[in-house]
Structure formats: C-alpha cells, structure tokens
Design a protein around this ligand. Sequence first.
Ligand code: HEM
Length: 460
Amino acid sequence: LHPDPAGTLPGVPVVDITATGPGRTPMQQIMELMRAHGPVLVRRLHGRDVLFVADADLVADLADEERFAKHIGPALENVREFAADGLFTAYNDEPNWARAHDILMPAFALGSMRTYHPVMFKVARRLIDSWDRAARDGRAVDVADDMTRMTLDTIGLAGFDYDFGSFERSEPHPFVESMVRCLEWSMNRLARTPGQDYSAADTAFRADADHLAQVVDDVIASRAGTDQSGAEDLLGLMLSAPHPADGTTLDAANIRNQVITFLIAGHETTSGAMSFALYYLAKHPAVLRLVQRETDALWGDAADPEPAYDEVGRLTYTRQVLNEALRLWPTAAAFSRHALEDTLLGGRIPLQAGQAVTVVGPMLHRQPVWGDNPEHFDPERFTAEAEAARPVHAFKPFGTGERACIGRQFALHEATMLLALLVHRYRLHDHADYRLTVKETLTLKPEGFTLTLTPRTPAD
Ligand code: HEM
C-alpha cells in the first residue's frame, strides 16, 4: 500500500502546513484550507502527503466498492494501538473483520432496536431526572458532558448489560477520561515533529490504554461463568454465537477489542450529534417550536410520556433536525478509502492501487449540491422529497459501503427519542449567549456549551 499520494497530482493544489502544524483543530484547519483552495487538495506535513476531497462527484466515485475500499490511514493506525482488530479499525482482509461483522449484524438489524428501546428509555429517564434537579436548582447543565453520560450508559447496558452509572458521578466516568485522552493521543501523534521526544506522552497513553483494557475485562468478567446461550446483546453474541456460515466463534483477544470498539464508537459520536442538535435548537426558536409541535402531537400534556417503540419512527421532523446537525458537523468527520487498482478518480485524478484518499465530511456537506447557503441550519433539507432530489452520496455522516457504520440505526433511535423527550419537557435557555467552539478529539463536539432549563407549561 502507498499510504500517501505519490508526488503531485494534475490540477490538485498542494498545501504545506509544516510551518504551523495542524494545531488542536486539524479538521477545522482542513475546512479552512478547502475554503481557500477548493474541495480537492493535498495537505503536506513534514513531507507526508494526504489527499483530501469533499467534491460530491469524487465522493460518489469513491463509494464504488468495486474500485475502492476502506483505508486504515495513520489516524486509525493510531487507534489500532488500543482497539486493534475491533470492527472499526480492522483491515478489510483481516479474517476477524468478516467474522465479527457477520456474527454481530443481527444485533444491529432494524428489528433489534425494539430490544434496545426499553434500555434507551431507562437511561433517558436518568438524564431527565438529572436535568429536573438542575432546573429546580437553577443550575446550568453542560450539554456535551451529559449527552456523553447518557450514551455511555446506554451502550454499556444495551450492549453488555453493564452499568457505568454515569449520572451518579459528578465527574465523567474514568473510562471516558481515558478514552478521550487515547483519542487525543491518536490525533496529536499525527502532528509530531520528527526528531522530538514524545516518550512522556506515549507512557501516559499506555497507562490510559491499560485502563481501557481493564474496564473491558471487568465488563467481560461480570458475565463470565453465566450461561450465554440465548443472550442476544452484543456481548452475548460475541461469547456464544457461532458464525452463521463456518461455525467459528470470536477469540478472547478479539472480544476484548470489540468491546473497547463498541464502547467508544457506540457513544462518543452519538453524544456529539445530540449536543450539536441541541445547540442548533437553542439558536433556532422557530425550528424548536416545530419539534415541540411534533412531540405535543404524540404526547400532548403528559408529564412523563413513555414513548412506544413505533412512536420514535414517527418523529420525522426531530430526525430531520438530527440529520441537519450531522450535515453541518458530522461528528466522525472524516473517513478514508484506497484504490483497489490503478484508476482515475472522477475520471480525472490518477491514483495508483493502494493510494489513499480522505473524505472531509463537513465540507462535502457544504458543497453546491446543498444550495447557495450551506452554512444555514435548515432541517427542511431532509424532507423525503428533498432527499430524493439529491444525489445519494452527498450526505455521508456514517461512512460508506460494507464498512459503513453498523450502529447507525442504534444511534438514530437513541438520539431521536432523547431529543424529542427533552424538547417536550423543557424550555431551553441559551443563558450564556453561547458562541460555537468545536472541540476535536478525532470526533467533534461543541465545547463549553451550557443551557439552563425550565419546565414547559401547557401554554408553552
Ligand atoms: C463505523 C459514524 C454511532 C459503531 C462508522 C463510520 C462512521 C461512523 C463515519 C465509518 C468509519 C470509516 O469508514 O472509517 C458514526 C456516527 C455515529 C455513530 C456519526 C452517531 C451519530 C455508532 C454507534 C455504534 C457505532 C451507536 C455502536 C453501537 C460503529 C462500528 C463501526 C462504525 C462498529 C465499524 C464498522 C465496520 O467497519 O465494520 N461509524 N457512528 N457507531 N461505527 Fe459508527
């Protein structure tokens, strides 16, 4: 494989950022570079080149599974240091990818969401209890922190029957702190200057990675010795289900990697997506009214509605709001592909077999195909008619092809239900007149975004 594009490509600008480095917000730096140089560019850092694209036609071409496949680029190579051959970071031809994918797919089919629904609601109630207390005391809530508590508890309970109890802690669960530092290490390692000493950062990383592994061993141990046959959550399937075709099962090391992978992939991005959605709702009262109207139509003045599984599917406008938040800030902002053969990308950019290309989601989602005011937050972009009129590959928050997000329905069900419940229950006050700052830890989140809350009254 050639991880980097070889030399210059015809018509593609090369931007050398070695003098400044990528800083703490590399994704937003690439967005700026694309605003200046267009949606296809090579970024050079210490002589290492990465080809970034956001052009909608090129991304559509990259979705061709005959000619391109997922690429484990330098960022995911770093994540492999703690998630190894888990689903997210496995190489395409690593046997454990297909084995785990086939064993776990049934757990993510749309019908399985019905099984997770009660757990998702139970954790949503924990968040609501916590926000009720904050509302009563007039305290502001830190939105991203609380969304992270909620999504971690949800994947822990739904996937592994393990309770992180995040709402009983004033600080984030230590697993989250270690995970965030591991992700930051993976990101910052990309920006290293050759010749400098990073051994202190690497030692700290090892300690965090060990901590993750230890938590995961706890999660697994709490199930060991119990009969797993018939247990249909993720861990139950991993521990007992044979591969549907060849009857093999996952080995212990791989199970550990999958649990780490799901605990991270299963909560970090969903939490960011809900945080951005709440940010946009707080800033767009007319949109907020429409979501409220949708929830009121389902639940009226009920003080404590308990959504039925099917009701979540009827929250179509709430889902549009989430999609629109994911358009502007896809929380897993980039994914990479490589050419399977020598080919011309989009009929014009020559790529050698193995050569990698990274798709820049936030800029793809601001291309002309989105109209002439792509920065504007407008959930109408996601009506069924608007979606049908747009090229399918213009919206890619969940990646593409067979390596696309396995947890998409899980995330959307969880996030849609929670958003609707919150909007039905509270008036959201942007008490600090928040200005958006996007924090990057490989994933994206609004930083320092707080709200105050008051209960809605029937007149609201
Ligand atoms: C893969 C985004 C939620 C588990 C991916 C990829 C993206 C993505 C872009 C593809 C990465 C690549 O091509 O390199 C998101 C977003 C989410 C979300 C934006 C929330 C809004 C979830 C949840 C779970 C999950 C809730 C688990 C419960 C995974 C796994 C993979 C994956 C295991 C790897 C799949 C494979 O390669 O076989 N996700 N994800 N994700 N996601 Fe998600």
